[in-house]
Design a protein around this ligand. Structure first.
Ligand SMILES: [Zn+2]
Length: 359
């Protein structure tokens, strides 16, 4: 960090005392994976988990209802050394999630001095908690400058929530996430190669575009931990949209760049940590290769539009993920256009891409 905030007020100690029957995160490495249900008086049910990954890393998860019932919610990672700490991503910014984080930072997490909140990318499941956590913890926010612009750009109507299930409560929270993300102040841009310190640890920004233009991974040089954002997930594969929002070729290049770091641990944007890091990268590269071949095969069989291809590849996809699936297909097609294998003609009225193989 180049500039320091004013002296931080210590968190109230009585909250910590209340939680004293539980081992503190620092001493409960054996309690990895412990789960505790948050007390709920009324209102929506919420489940919060604090997982001790190792001596420098905690995973804080607030499980909330979102677009998909099966997809894991976004992670907030707490990297710490001594009392100094940083958050990688900030989770959702609605009252429910923020209240759960507040309980943690006034309880088990009260001795952490969080100086930095570094976002992997601008999407609201990673950034919308940022504004309120920044205030609560008196921390500096940081993001790649390309995603700082996207963070502060209102989503166009076509990127809206037309694909979401009809659910007023969810719609309201999504609106709040969007609003919070837009109003997140950024204290510091983090370009590729720039670093910040967490105690004795050095965290380096690694620009890894593809999921978004300004996606950063964060590499902890001393522990060989890589915060992978949404480029590598703990489960499943991440959604890569077509340009301008995403870029499949950049994404594949980013995976190679991530592999070259030889990280021993991946801490992803969603889902659990990954220790077989090299195999995971290979699996994701292979997955995209298989998809390429499937798409080419369908075109050879006479499929003429991206919509036909999407229906063939994802016949039973649930509502809420259809848009993402359509985006995946277009991302692959756009990359093939770049390679000179495919031509695309957009039919704006029908909202389809007419596609053809060049040979
Ligand atoms: Zn995400």
């Amino acid at each position: 960090m180049t500039k320091k905030k004013s002296v931080k007020k210590p968190a109230p100690k009585k909250a910590a005392a209340k939680a004293s029957s539980k081992a503190s995160p620092k001493t409960s490495a054996a309690g990895k994976g412990k789960a505790k249900a948050a007390p709920v008086d009324e209102g929506p049910k919420v489940e919060t988990r604090t997982n001790v990954v190792n001596d420098n890393l905690l995973q804080h998860i607030v499980v909330v209802r979102q677009f998909s019932k099966t997809f894991p919610t976004s992670n907030v990672w707490l990297l710490h050394d001594g009392n100094e700490a940083a958050l990688i991503d900030s989770g959702f910014g609605d009252d429910l999630c923020i209240e759960e984080r507040r309980k943690f930072f006034q309880g088990d997490g009260s001795n952490f001095n969080v100086r930095t909140i570094a976002f992997t990318h601008h999407h609201s499941d990673h950034t919308s908690g940022g504004r309120r956590l920044r205030e609560m913890l008196r921390a500096e926010t940081a993001i790649n400058p390309l995603d700082e612009v996207l963070l502060h750009t209102p989503p166009s109507p076509s990127e809206g929530n037309a694909d979401l299930p009809d659910d007023p409560e969810l719609a309201e929270r999504v609106a709040q996430w969007t609003e919070e993300a837009l109003n997140t102040p950024i204290d510091r841009p983090l370009q590729d190669g720039e670093t910040f310190k967490v105690g004795g640890l050095t965290v380096r920004a690694v620009h890894t575009p593809g999921h978004t233009a300004g996606h950063n991974c964060y590499f902890v040089e001393e522990t060989l931990t890589l915060f992978t954002g949404d480029n590598v997930l703990g489960v499943g594969t991440s959604a890569i949209g077509p340009p301008p929002r995403g870029d499949m070729q950049q994404y594949l290049d980013s995976l190679l760049r991530m592999r070259a770091l030889q990280a021993k641990l991946f801490a992803p944007g969603h889902g659990p940590t990954v220790t077989a890091t090299d195999a995971k990268i290979q699996e994701l590269i292979d997955h995209r290769g298989v998809r390429d071949r499937q798409i080419i095969n369908l075109m050879e069989k006479g499929y003429l539009t991206d919509r036909q291809i999407r229906r063939a590849l994802y016949p039973e996809i649930q509502k809420g993920l259809r848009r993402a699936a359509a985006g995946q297909v277009r991302a692959h097609l756009a990359r093939m256009v770049g390679q000179g294998i495919v031509t695309v003609e957009e039919d704006e009225a029908e909202k389809i891409w007419k596609v053809a193989l060049t040979k």
